[in-house]
Structures are given as structure tokens and as C-alpha cells.
Design a protein around this ligand. Structure first.
Ligand SMILES: NC(=O)c1ccc[n+]([C@@H]2O[C@H](COP(=O)([O-])OP(=O)(O)OC[C@H]3O[C@@H](n4cnc5c(N)ncnc54)[C@H](OP(=O)(O)O)[C@@H]3O)[C@@H](O)[C@H]2O)c1
Length: 315
């Protein structure tokens, strides 16, 4: 009797143990499901610093992505052409660089910009670095610069930079260490502008406004159409490219003043061997060094400055 009573009690204990185990297992599965539902394919990258690079399927932008990724930054490589962008990421992955993903972005297209913003909000919540590096279909080396080419150049280089920056600033403001880098050119330096009054105005950051930059661009295009570029002291060949970069430089300084929490700088990569330079100049690895250095500046680093590669130089 005593045997049978002890055996039934041990049986009961075992049953209780199993039940407890079963309940714990159920709770575990339940919690796992909740956790899983909050995951996205990119959740594993959320603790990484995240960078968006525009126009990055080739040239300097592509190399910037590679160097940032090697610095343990999660990179969103963007390009306007989806297959060229995917190919670029595959190339990086094949060389052992894994923390790079692709998202389509045409800097001129507001719908494309808002899709990128939604993608980041969903999967990354914030970004830490924005590098605006792209050059429109306009090649500064061309001899005959038409009005249409000039207009397209300003639309891509200046207004494209502005649209992407303004859309991504709210996501940069969620970063502990936000940086914006605009890739510019020595052609954008004020020394290329013959009109002294215009030069003075673009350099007077305390009084310059974004509206005034827009007006300056409109008057440039008017003069371009009316063949009055030389007469009115605009930079010549490649005229629109120089004006677009001078406008980006001035915009960089205004943004640095406005967004005190973000380091906003522009970098001239120098003469770099890419399609744009007809494959002349230094290696892209050298050309990407300046923009990457500006992206990785310490938080107390400079803001609103022009880097000639890695050295601060005058606007
Ligand atoms: N290379 C130099 O010697 C040099 C010198 C000074 C400054 N820079 C500056 O460095 C930057 C990069 O030039 P790079 O030499 O690397 O030129 P690149 O090899 O010609 O590359 C330009 C990139 O911009 C992309 N792009 C053009 N329009 C776009 C748009 N609407 N939206 C998004 N991306 C667009 C191109 O995409 P697709 O492939 O689809 O055309 C390409 O990926 C430019 O800002 C340029 O002004 C270059």
C-alpha cells in the first residue's frame, strides 16, 4: 500500500513537472512569436551605424560604400537604375564585403525619395550618415554645353542634393552622431566666378538664404538661354556644373548653420579616374578617402567647411 501510494504521488509529481515544462514551453514559443513579428530582414543591423550613399553603382560613390562598409558601417547603396545597383552590391558581396544592401533612388524623383524614406523608417529607424555623391548625365568635359544639359545638371546636382537632404534630415536627427557629406568639386570654388558681386553674395553666409540661391540659379538659367553668360560674369565651360557645385557649397554652409546637431560638410575628391573624368586621374580608392573621412569625423569635428580631399580649404 505504502508502495502504491508513493508511486502514485511520484506519478503526480512527474505529471505536474511535465505540465510546468509544457506551460514554460508554450510561453517560450508565444514570446518567440511576438519577438519574430517585430523583426525585419534587417533587424540584425539595427545596432550598426547606417549610411545612405547616392549615385553609388559606380565611380567614387561605389568606392565610398566599400570603404564605409569596411569601417563596420551598414551601407544602403543607392542608384537610380535598379539592375546597375543590384550588380554593384553583388560585386561588393563577392569581394567579401557583406554589410551593403541596395535601394533604388533617383535623386530627382520625389516618389523614389519617399520610398527610400519609408524603407529606412521600417527597417532601420534612423540613419547616421548621408553622402550625396552623384553626377547627372552631364559630363563636365563636353565641349558644347547646351541649355538643356545645363538645366538637367542643376536639377540633378543642386536640386537633387536638396531634395534628398531635406527628406532624410528627420531620420538623421534620430542618430547620436549624424553626418552629411556633399561631394563637390574644385570647379565650385568661388574663384571660378568672375562676377564679384555674386561671389560676395554666395560667400556671405550670414545673409544668404536658400530662396536667394534658387533666385541665383534662375537668373543663371535665364542668362544661359539669352547667351549672356560671359556678359554677366558667370563661370564658363562647364558653366552649369560650376554653378551647381558653387550652389551645393553654399547650401552646405547654410545647412550646417541651420542643423547645429548635424556635421554638414562638402568634399572635393580631386581629379579621380571614373567615367565622368574619361578615366583619367587618381585611383577611386584615393578619391573616396576625403568623403569617407568627413563621414567618420568625430562629433566635435568641423561643420560647414570645404575639404580639398582630406584638408580644409577656402570656399
Ligand atoms: N571624377 C572626378 O574627377 C571628380 C572630380 C571632382 C568632383 N567629382 C564629383 O564626384 C561625384 C561622383 O562622380 P564620379 O566621378 O564618381 O562620377 P560617375 O562615375 O559618372 O558616377 C556618377 C553616378 O551618379 C549617378 N547618377 C546620375 N544621375 C543620378 C540621379 N538622378 N539619381 C541618382 N544617381 C544618379 C550615376 O548613375 P548611372 O550609372 O545610372 O548614370 C553614377 O552612379 C560627383 O558629384 C562629381 O561631381 C568627381
Amino acid at each position: 500500500m505504502s508502495f502504491s501510494s508513493s508511486s502514485s504521488s511520484s506519478c503526480l509529481t512527474e505529471l505536474m513537472e511535465n505540465k510546468r515544462l509544457y506551460i514554460s514551453l508554450l510561453s517560450y514559443v508565444f514570446l518567440l512569436r511576438i519577438f519574430e513579428s517585430s523583426l525585419t530582414p534587417y533587424t540584425c543591423f539595427i545596432n550598426f551605424r547606417c549610411a545612405v550613399v547616392t549615385g553609388a553603382n559606380k565611380g567614387i560613390g561605389f568606392e565610398i560604400c566599400r570603404q564605409l562598409a569596411l569601417n563596420k558601417i551598414q551601407v544602403i547603396l543607392t542608384a537610380r537604375n535598379e539592375s546597375r545597383g543590384i550588380e554593384a552590391v553583388k560585386k561588393l558581396n563577392a569581394s567579401g564585403v557583406q554589410n551593403v544592401i541596395f535601394h533604388q533612388l533617383d535623386v530627382k524623383d520625389p516618389t523614389s525619395i519617399s520610398h527610400l524614406v519609408k524603407f529606412i523608417e521600417t527597417h532601420f529607424k534612423k540613419i547616421d550618415i548621408l553622402i550625396v555623391d552623384k553626377n547627372g548625365d552631364y559630363l563636365p568635359g563636353v565641349i558644347q554645353e547646351t541649355y538643356e544639359m545645363g538645366e538637367e545638371c542643376l536639377e540633378t546636382n543642386y536640386y537633387g542634393t536638396k531634395k534628398v537632404t531635406e527628406a532624410l534630415v528627420p531620420l538623421l536627427q534620430l542618430s547620436k552622431s549624424p553626418k552629411i557629406v556633399n561631394v563637390t568639386s574644385s570647379y565650385g570654388q568661388l574663384s571660378h566666378i568672375p562676377n564679384d558681386e555674386l561671389k560676395r553674395e554666395l560667400d556671405d553666409i550670414d545673409n544668404l538664404t536658400k530662396e536667394r540661391i534658387n533666385e541665383i540659379i534662375r537668373s543663371f538659367l535665364r542668362d544661359f538661354k539669352a547667351a549672356k553668360l560671359r556678359e554677366n560674369g558667370w563661370p564658363l565651360t562647364p558653366s552649369a556644373y560650376k554653378v551647381s557645385k558653387a550652389a551645393i557649397n553654399a547650401y552646405t554652409r547654410l545647412m550646417a548653420k541651420e542643423l547645429k546637431y548635424i556635421l554638414v560638410n562638402c568634399v572635393d575628391p580631386g581629379h579621380v579616374k571614373t567615367d565622368m573624368s574619361f578615366n583619367t586621374g587618381k585611383d577611386v580608392m584615393e578619391g573616396a578617402k576625403g568623403p569617407v573621412m568627413a563621414a567618420l569625423l568625430p562629433d566635435e569635428g568641423p561643420s560647414g567647411v570645404y575639404f580639398e580631399q582630406t584638408v580644409i580649404a577656402p570656399f
